[in-house]
Design a protein around this ligand. Structure first.
Ligand code: HEC
Ligand code: HEC
Ligand code: HEC
Length: 124
């Protein structure tokens, strides 16, 4: 017969052992995200630290300017023109949403609803 007195504690130890990385990190994925940066350009719309902190607000400002004030055109930042557009600006450089936007958002557990309507691919 099986020796259940040894199998059960053995199983418990086994389960604790294989799940150790999960509960040790409090269920977090652990590693900080490394978004894949674009090769088509060296600089973002704003300095990188500012983009990290303020990209949500920048997008909402652009949206308001386009939809409320009808400013479809380009905006000049530091002498360089950018179209006020999620798809035709952000995703033109950051063409891989999954390896860029999503790496951080998954980590930070934010789920922007923008993609319900906006395409995550660049118009060809
Ligand atoms: C219910 C659908 C819907 C959702 C959700 C939505 N948008 Fe939009 N958005 C639109 C439509 C429609 C336009 C008008 C421009 C167009 O037709 O392409 C627009 C335009 C914009 C524009 C300016 C034009 C452009 O090409 O990007 C920005 C920037 C923008 N949205 C950002 C956002 C962001 C950021 C979010 C998420 C926080 C978001 N939108 C969520 C429907 C949506
Ligand atoms: C002209 C190409 C270009 C456009 C347009 C662009 N980006 Fe960037 N973005 C970059 C580059 C290049 C970097 C890395 C810059 C660096 O490391 O100094 C970057 C960095 C970032 C970062 C910081 C990443 C990190 O590692 O912390 C965020 C967030 C970001 N971009 C979001 C956006 C959003 C949102 C938009 C649209 C409003 C946008 N970008 C438009 C090229 C672009
Ligand atoms: C360096 C990490 C990082 C990258 C890369 C990044 N984001 Fe974010 N994003 C965040 C964080 C963190 C938040 C939540 C911020 C908060 O709640 O204050 C956020 C929030 C947002 C929000 C607001 C969502 C909400 O529900 O409040 C939008 C819109 C957004 N990001 C768009 C983008 C787009 C588009 C890209 C890719 C072009 C992108 N982000 C890339 C870190 C990142």
């Amino acid at each position: 017969m099986y020796d259940s007195g040894k199998i059960i504690p053995g199983l418990i130890i086994f389960v604790l052992f294989v799940t150790f990385p999960v509960w040790y990190n409090h269920g977090d994925a652990g590693a900080v995200p490394k978004p894949e940066l674009p090769k088509v350009a060296k600089k973002c719309v704003l300095p990188v630290a500012q983009m990290r902190d303020e990209h949500m607000q920048l997008l909402l400002d652009w949206r308001a300017e386009v939809l409320r004030q009808g400013e479809w055109g380009f905006i000049k930042i530091d002498g360089k023109p950018f179209q006020r557009s999620l798809q035709n600006a952000c995703l033109k450089c950051h063409s891989n949403k999954k390896k860029f936007c999503d790496t951080c958002h998954t980590y930070a557990a934010v789920n922007p609803y923008c993609w319900d309507c906006h395409f995550a691919r660049v118009k060809k």
